[in-house]
Design a protein around this ligand. Structure first.
Ligand SMILES: [Zn+2]
Length: 137
């Protein structure tokens, strides 16, 4: 979480700073062009108006990007002073406790055999059902 905030903040800061610089540079170059061409030069008024609107547009871009950069700086600082480690260690997988072993079958059950006639369990050593007397296979 902290690392994510830090990255977001740095990206916003970088994008905002670059955008603000580009906006300022473009605005000032348009301004310089305007100053050079318009007050005394032969430039038609449409070009001067376009230059002025370019200046205004890029100044607005520079301001907006400056706000983005400040926002990014704030996020970066917030992330930097946040408590907690930069890298959250991966949660240690918690293994479910081993399920209890299945209960041992009652002694003798493994060697019992059901009567084919009445279903009663008989000892495997028995040859006839103890309940109904049917022969056990
Ligand atoms: Zn039986």
């Amino acid at each position: 979480m902290k690392l994510v905030l830090l990255i977001i903040g740095l990206v916003l800061l970088a994008v905002g700073a670059v955008g603000a610089l580009v906006g300022l540079a473009t605005a000032s170059s348009a301004q310089a062009e305007y100053d050079f061409l318009c007050p005394t030069g032969p430039a038609p008024p449409q070009i001067c108006a376009a230059l002025l609107s370019t200046v205004a547009t890029y100044q607005a871009v520079a301001i907006g990007m400056g706000i983005v950069a400040i926002l990014g700086l704030g996020i970066t600082i917030t992330a930097a002073i946040m408590k907690g480690p930069l890298f959250v260690p991966a949660p240690v997988p918690v293994y479910a406790p081993m399920p209890p072993p299945p209960p041992m079958p009652p002694a003798g059950a493994a060697t019992s055999k059901p009567c084919p006639e009445c279903g009663r369990s008989n000892r495997s050593s028995d040859r006839f059902c103890s309940s109904c007397g049917a022969a056990l296979s």
